[in-house]
Design a protein around this ligand. Structure first.
Ligand code: KG4
Ligand code: ZN
Length: 318
């Protein structure tokens, strides 16, 4: 079964064709990231206008790259929430129009669930349930128990900023560019993670599996305001110390969730799952025998439409 996926929830205009939820036949992404670099974050109005410009060529290319015609496509999947409303509308209207013209079923996909289905793309073996997944990106930060396809129980979420958002905001504070995650993790390679001691906001009681990163971001701001010098080494040390604090919190909460549920697999999904330290610490801190997965290809970590087509397939097929 071939599904055509469309994703426009933030700043990436994406379309893809995926076979049986696993085999990626095409995966086209046009990003308006350059236009958001000056502002250090996505401007919704700018993102929506770029989607309008890009959506038709991206759709055409995804179909052509897959070597398909519309008659070969079984259904259309589209991200319908959560996301920037003007951006979502471009993708949803396009998908509705294509579904109507070509007489295909239309499947709405939740963006966070899409990120989780990115982890099953191009995987050689089917996922083993139940599993726990940490979805961390710029817009969301959730711990979920997945009992079967599209059977999710939310275990925890952020009470304020998502981890990716914290990376982006700290990068803006340091004036080192956007998006912050990849830039901070690169600079952190040359920094000392013990140079600054930033808080590890753990929360307890009913919030034990929830997250909060706004205090950590403020702690970095206070440190930056007091800086006497801002040479390359100081910036690298700040990046390494901040990254260490975020990742320790993410992995500690993940390990706590895993200790409470008997699961067969653990997954890291979403933009921040590209982070090397997160992958390494998750492997180190979780029980040895428990397999830890992340997207097979780096391009499946951040927003893409193959993940949407994958999630849509399992809505239809299960
Ligand atoms: O999934 P995504 O493309 O968009 C949302 O749904 O939000 O994730 C983008 C986020 C950004 O906040 C970016 O800074 C973060 O993922 N990110 C990273 C890394 N690569 C991307 N964060 C930490 N380390 C990385 N290597
Ligand atoms: Zn996303």
């Amino acid at each position: 079964m071939k599904i055509f996926g469309i994703e426009t929830s933030c700043d990436d205009t994406a379309a893809a064709v995926v076979e049986d939820g696993v085999k990626v036949l095409s995966n086209v992404i046009a990003s308006s990231i350059d236009m958001h670099q000056a502002t250090g974050g996505v401007v919704p109005e700018v993102a929506a206008r770029e989607h309008l410009r890009q959506i038709s060529p991206v759709v055409d290319k995804a179909l052509a790259d897959a070597g398909c015609e519309w008659k070969d496509i079984d259904a259309i999947g589209v991200t319908s929430s959560p996301g920037l409303i003007a951006s979502l509308l471009v993708g949803v209207n396009t998908a509705q129009t294509l579904a109507y013209i070509h007489q295909k079923p239309l499947i709405e996909v939740n963006h966070v669930h899409g990120h989780i289905y990115a982890n099953f793309l191009e995987r050689k073996t089917p996922p083993q349930f139940p599993l726990i997944v940490l979805t961390v990106s710029g817009g969301h930060n959730e711990l979920m128990l997945m009992r079967g396809h599209h059977d999710f129980v939310k275990l925890g979420e952020t009470l304020d900023d998502a981890a990716g958002e914290a990376f982006d905001k700290v990068a803006r504070l340091l004036g080192i560019g956007y998006p912050g995650g990849p830039i901070i993790s690169k600079l952190a390679e040359k920094g000392n993670p013990d140079a600054y001691h930033f808080p590890r906001p753990m929360l307890d009681g009913d919030n034990e599996l929830n997250f909060s990163f706004s205090g950590l971001k403020s702690a970095v701001r206070r440190e930056v305001e007091q800086l006497k010098k801002s040479d390359d080494q100081t910036i690298a040390d700040l990046c390494a110390s901040f990254q260490q604090a975020v990742i320790e919190v993410l992995v500690d909460k993940l390990a706590l969730a895993v200790s409470r549920h008997k699961v067969k697999e653990v997954h890291l999904a979403g933009g921040v799952s590209a982070n090397r330290l997160l992958r390494q610490m998750a492997r180190e801190k979780l029980p040895d025998k428990l397999p830890v997965y992340w997207p097979v290809e780096q391009i499946f970590c951040t927003d893409n439409a193959a993940m949407v087509a994958g999630a849509a397939y399992y809505s239809l097929a299960h």
